[in-house]
Design a protein around this ligand. Sequence first.
Ligand code: E4P
Length: 214
Amino acid sequence: MKFFLDTANLDQIQEVASWGMLDGVTTNPTLVSKEKEPFEILIKKICAAVPGPVSVESVSTQAPDIVKEARELAALADNVVVKVPVCLEGIKAIKVLAEEGIPVNTTLIFSPMQALLAAKAGAKYVSPFVGRLDDIGHDGMDIVDQILTIYNVYGYDTEVIVASIRHPMHVVEAALMGADIATIPFSAFAKLIKHPLTDIGMEKFLQDWDLVKR
Ligand code: E4P
């Protein structure tokens, strides 16, 4: 299972890269807006720091404009993946971009049918937003399960990025379902290793080791 970091913050990216756990990064306009650097400089720095794909979102709304913007974003670095929202214009653009060999992460997926259309259009990745579904009283992980089943039935190789993750249990469920990737915010990433019994156990072993040394 691949772990992506869901951020545009370079310090967080460098920290998780130093753990040897970073397979990629996803950004979006909201995450980029929190950083101080000019957009293109920031994306180039992120791409240089990440040993894998970096999703960068297009903000155009018409297919020809999305295609043009995606070409410009893809030219920023070899590991850029262009994020395209799953609307009709987006689907049209994805078809063109896939034929050109530009990898697309179809974002804002909230239903299995949206994910099927994205795969048919040739998207390399789809990002179902599980946390935002949970927030409105749905079980976000249900659509991940359905998307994985549909892709398996028809043999699509579009990879599923579980997105809008809020806590470690989303990552556990994604792993149990066999999702290809989880894109995780830094706060949840840092919690993955934590267990209070591990902390208590380590403390007790160190105390007892002091007795051995006496
Ligand atoms: C994924 O690609 C998105 O950037 C992200 O997961 C959205 O998460 P949010 O719902 O916490 O904004």
